[in-house]
Design a protein around this ligand. Structure first.
Ligand SMILES: NC(=O)c1ccc[n+]([C@@H]2O[C@H](COP(=O)([O-])OP(=O)(O)OC[C@H]3O[C@@H](n4cnc5c(N)ncnc54)[C@H](OP(=O)(O)O)[C@@H]3O)[C@@H](O)[C@H]2O)c1
Length: 298
C-alpha cells in the first residue's frame, strides 16, 4: 500500500514538473478577440510593416507610427481592406521631442493595449568621426529614448490588466563591437539590457518583454538615406545570411514569453555567440574585412 502511494506521489510530481516546464516554455502570443490594440513604430516599411501584416491577420487593431504618411496610408489601407481591422496612423518623427510626446499621449489612451513593438530604427555607415554628432544623437533618441518613453506610457494599462507585451527590436550587432557601428551597436545593446531588466521587474505582472535581435534582414534598412549618407555601400552579403521580415516576425511572436532575447534563425544564433568565444581582435578584424574596412550594419 505504502509503495503504491509513493509511486503515485512520484508519478504526480513528475507530471506536475512536466506541466510546469511546458507552461513556462509556452509562448504568450495569441490571436486577438478584435478588441485589443497593437502599436508598431517604424510600420511604414520592412520589419515594422511585416509586424503590422501579421498582427492584422490575427485580428489586432493597429496604431502605426512612422514619418512617411503616404507609406503608412498604403499599409493601413491594405490591412483594413484585407482583414477588416481598425488601423490608425500617427505620422511622427520619433527623434523629435514634440512627436515623441504626441505618441506618448496617444498610446496612454489606447485601451486595451496588448502589444507595443518598438521597431523604428536606422543605421549609419562609416566611422564615428565621419558621421555628424547630430545623426548619432538622433539614433540614440530613436533606439533608446523613444522606446523608454513609449514603454512607460504603455505599461500602466498592461499591468492593470495583467496582460500585455513589449517587443524591442535590437540586432545581432548588439553582441559585437563592430568598427563603423559605435552608436548602433551601443544603442542596440541598450535595448537588450533594458528588456532583460524590465522582463525581471514585470515577470509577476504577466507582461512579457522581448529584445528581438535580427541578423541581416531584407528591408529598406541598407538603402535608407541615413545609411547611404556617407557614400559607403554594404558589401556583398551571401544570400544564406539574409532572412525575410516575415520570418523574423513569426519567430518573434512564437518566442514571446519564452525567453527575453529572441534571435531569429540558427545561423544568427551562432553569429551572436561568436564574440563570447573568440578574441575581440579577431572579431574586429573579421568585421572590418566583411565590411571592406568599414561598417556593414546589421
Ligand atoms: N534590416 C536589417 O538587416 C536589420 C537587422 C537587425 C536589426 N534591424 C532593426 O530592425 C528595425 C527595423 O528596421 P528595418 O530593417 O525594417 O528597416 P527599414 O525598412 O528601413 O524600416 C525602418 C522603419 O523605421 C522608421 N523610422 C526610421 N526613422 C524614424 C524616425 N525618426 N521616426 C519614426 N520612424 C522612423 C521608418 O519609417 P519612416 O522612414 O517612414 O519614418 C521605417 O518604417 C530597426 O530598429 C533596425 O535597427 C534591422
Amino acid at each position: 500500500m505504502r509503495t503504491w502511494m509513493i509511486g503515485l506521489g512520484v508519478g504526480f510530481g513528475a507530471a506536475l514538473a512536466v506541466w510546469t516546464s511546458r507552461k513556462q516554455n509556452s509562448g504568450v502570443y495569441r490571436q486577438s478577440n478584435g478588441e485589443e490594440w497593437a502599436v508598431i513604430t517604424g510600420a511604414s516599411a520592412g520589419i515594422g510593416a511585416a509586424f503590422a501584416r501579421h498582427l492584422a491577420a490575427d485580428g489586432y487593431r493597429l496604431l502605426l507610427i512612422a514619418r512617411r504618411r503616404e507609406r503608412l496610408e498604403h499599409v493601413a489601407n491594405e490591412l483594413s481592406r484585407r482583414h477588416g481591422v481598425e488601423v490608425e496612423m500617427l505620422q511622427a518623427d520619433l527623434t523629435q521631442e514634440n512627436d515623441i510626446e504626441r505618441a506618448v499621449q496617444v498610446i496612454g489612451e489606447l485601451n486595451p493595449l496588448a502589444l507595443l513593438v518598438n521597431n523604428a530604427g536606422f543605421g549609419t555607415s562609416g566611422a564615428f568621426v565621419d558621421n555628424t554628432a547630430t545623426s548619432q544623437a538622433q539614433m540614440v533618441r530613436l533606439h533608446a529614448e523613444a522606446p523608454i518613453r513609449l514603454t512607460r506610457a504603455a505599461l500602466p494599462g498592461m499591468i492593470a490588466r495583467r496582460h500585455g507585451a513589449i517587443i524591442n527590436v535590437a540586432s545581432t550587432a548588439a553582441f559585437y563591437a563592430l568598427a563603423g557601428n559605435a552608436t548602433y551597436c551601443a544603442s542596440k545593446r541598450f535595448l537588450i539590457t533594458f528588456s532583460e531588466v524590465l522582463g525581471v521587474e514585470l515577470s509577476k505582472q504577466r507582461v512579457a518583454v522581448q529584445a528581438l535581435c535580427p541578423g541581416f534582414t531584407r528591408t529598406e534598412f541598407h538603402t535608407s538615406e541615413m545609411f547611404r549618407a556617407s557614400g559607403k555601400q554594404l558589401p556583398d552579403i551571401p544570400d544564406f545570411l539574409w532572412m525575410s521580415g516575415e520570418d523574423v516576425v513569426a519567430c518573434s511572436l512564437r518566442e514571446l514569453g519564452r525567453s527575453t532575447i529572441c534571435i531569429p534563425g540558427r545561423l544568427n544564433k551562432l553569429i551572436a555567440r561568436l564574440p563570447a568565444v573568440l578574441p575581440s581582435a579577431v572579431i574586429a578584424k573579421a568585421g572590418g574585412k566583411l565590411a571592406g574596412g568599414d561598417n556593414f550594419g546589421m
